[in-house]
Design a protein around this ligand. Sequence first.
Ligand SMILES: [Zn+2]
Length: 402
Amino acid sequence: MKEAKTASDLMRVIESKNEYYAAFLTKICEIESKSDNKAGVDRVCDAVLEEGRKLGFSERLFPHPAAGNVASLTYDPGSKKRIICLSAHMDTVFPEGTFGYPAVKRDGDILRGPGVMDCKGGIAVALLVMDALRTIGYRKRPVRFILQSEEEIQCLMSSGATLDFLREEAKDSAAFFNLEGREKGKITTRRKGILRAEMTVHGKAAHAGDYFEGVSAIRAAARKIIRLEEKSIRDGITYNCGIIEGGTALNVIPDKCVVRIDIRVGTQSEANEALTFLRSVADHCDLPGSSAEVRIISSRKPMERTEQNVELFRHVDRVCRKYGFGPMTENFSNGGSDAAYSTLMGIPTIDDIGVIGDNYHSLNEWCSISSIAESAKIIALSILDFPESDEWLSEEGKNETH
Ligand SMILES: [Zn+2]
């Protein structure tokens, strides 16, 4: 009985605070914060930390000279148990002014604007979860919210330093919830990794009138592009040669062609396989006199579908069924995210559990305002019902496989 009352108190508190966090979400989405706009990202970070201070959470700030600052907020009720982590990012993909002014518009339950779903809605949900747990006097485990500043550009500006902060803050935690936007009824347990590379193909310049004296780098590149893209497999490794630059004039045989490639992989072994294949395509001489080299631009590890991730998914699914939000199905996403790093650390991780919305990275990005509370309830109840034992995952995993 007492347990049921605590759960209903928690849901009531969350519902009562939904409008407050909708207003907060509007406020942080009005602050433009494209990944390379340090001043903007820092202002979002300040606004979140200010909320955390009002609630009495402890904070850790990691300032960076080039990238946006990163930070964490911790609600520590004095428990010695392993912490539960929530995570979201503050940067967006939009240049300033893309959405006009004001940038955020509300239409009934729908909020439109830069980052409302990806991923500032997740920031509002995370704060609401911690606020509500504190309000009802939850004391079982510390809960920590980690803020990332350059998720959209794979931490290029800090050369991974902001990611090191995330790893440090998430270390030894019992669970990791990444609050990218969600689709109703789905939770992500696996995401593809992304490898970005640049292949430069060299040929020999000549006048078009002396065609057979030259070696066309574009012709050699075209063969390589086809060899790469034909290797793409649905639900497997995919190669997209999205940008091509080559040639200087119509009457010149081109001596250089640059191809930029986005490769998606499901596992680390697929990443190794893709890199080996890319190198072999570059090394293969498609046209006598031509050559090519490959440079890796960036790489984001895949979030593999580990046993721990599936076990955390099952826990949240059970909670959703119990309180009327379920059932949930497992989602496999082709996009990358920070959830890959906590998965790699062996932490039970699920992703895409922020606000419900769609069309992120586009002018039609939207989220549902009432889903701030709905997602907060799912996460807060999952924390409330979290197994006492820190070893629950391995124990339950053993039982279910036998
Ligand atoms: Zn995102």
